[in-house]
Design a protein around this ligand. Sequence first.
Ligand SMILES: Cc1cc2nc3c(=O)[nH]c(=O)nc-3n(C[C@H](O)[C@H](O)[C@H](O)COP(=O)(O)OP(=O)(O)OC[C@H]3O[C@@H](n4cnc5c(N)ncnc54)[C@H](O)[C@@H]3O)c2cc1C
Length: 443
Amino acid sequence: MQLLAVQVTVLERTREAGKKILMSGGSRCNVLPLAADPNIDFFTASSRGALRAVLASWALQDCKDWLSSDVGLQLQLEQETNKWFPASNSSREVRDRLVEACQQLGVRFVYNASVEGLQPPQAAAAAAAGADALQETQGPSSSSSSSSSWTVLLASGAKVSAERIIFSTGGRSFPAVGTDGTGLNLLQGAGHNLVAQYAALTPLKGAHPGGQQLAGLTLPSVRLSVAAANKPSKVAAVAQRGGLLFTHKGYSGPAVLDLSHWLVRELDQQQQQAAMPRLLVDWTGEGAEVWQERLAAASGAATVENVLRKAGVKERLAAALAIEVGVQGRQMSQLKKGERQALLAALTAWQLPISSHEGYKKAEVTGGGLPLEQVDCRTMESRLLPGLHVCGEVLDVFGRIGGFNFLWAWVTGRLAGLGAAAQLGLPAAAAAAAPPPQSRARR
Ligand SMILES: Cc1cc2nc3c(=O)[nH]c(=O)nc-3n(C[C@H](O)[C@H](O)[C@H](O)COP(=O)(O)OP(=O)(O)OC[C@H]3O[C@@H](n4cnc5c(N)ncnc54)[C@H](O)[C@@H]3O)c2cc1C
């Protein structure tokens, strides 16, 4: 590793770096996906072209090589989910190795340093000049700002000078671990126009089928889709087949989290229930045709619950669905045509009665943020405030469950770091920072 020719200082408001890494992936940290498609795996209101250009700036394999070689993590693929984890399954190892790698390069970490204000070079210089003039009459100046340096104001009252700022404050999710939106407020206060934020990858609240309490039950492979409120046949989004968890308050699990933002935004705007998109679930993910044949082939003497259980529906859910349709304890031969149809619909297109969501308190990420149009996507430098490079979740991009959010953080962090270094005249960084011509975002 080459030692840095500039002093890099990390200002972290909590007592340690990378708390989100520690809590990620069920403490295993899903560091990367096996493959990423910008059109399917990421959500943004910003330009898709810019999103694609940013992701194209660093091939997934190169990012993985960096984690293996530079950071020193042995990675292991979870075949069923196409997710990369550390072989140790320890998110602490990921965090510790990243911090160690930084320290070996000479990066300085300052903890309990909450950034509450940013003064760009000219404003900082003017403020420093004002302070100097004042202090000429009162005593010696403590300010070291030059006309080219930023001043970072900390909650303690201390000031830090820097030639370049890499802004990676995260979003609003899990405010208890330091990410309470201060960063977004700072960007907005500095004149950026932000995309309205919303909780994403967050659990949803709502009753369970059949008036039952199914908390704790997990289903490994449901198929969820979002249908437009007024046109049930118009599917707006489909989650890949994935897990669903019944929580005490409603629903969670990868399939639900991935689609939660479709409802969160509507719920936040307090849409009338009738105008809300519908979240439909196929509990086994097998589709209506398979179930239609299965129900037709079932023994007439078997009860509905038994047929469902034999086909792999968990016992408590089978009972709940039978109640939902009003056919509990009935034999298949006793079902009327309408009841069979209702049963089929309950099995393959049951509408989750979502009433609200768990918000930022439990959201894995924040949707919205700084639009990509407001940064130069080659260096992530703010178009409004030169010298400020923005990366990670504070930008208006988030990915679905599966390592996509760390991929976004790694890729944009690299561009921001290289961009800042190039501006400081580090030649190798300047070369590495330039993405291939075909992937450049429009300026
Ligand atoms: C429970 C959970 C599980 C997750 N699991 C995964 C997973 O397995 N895979 C995946 O890809 N993604 C996962 N994510 C998402 C992922 O953690 C984030 O998208 C990613 O950490 C964003 O990185 P970031 O550097 O932009 O922001 P963050 O990791 O949020 O870091 C921001 C840092 O800035 C600090 N900070 C904020 N404001 C200030 C301030 N004013 N002054 C000083 N410091 C400040 C914060 O304390 C924090 O340390 C998970 C998220 C959660 C909450």
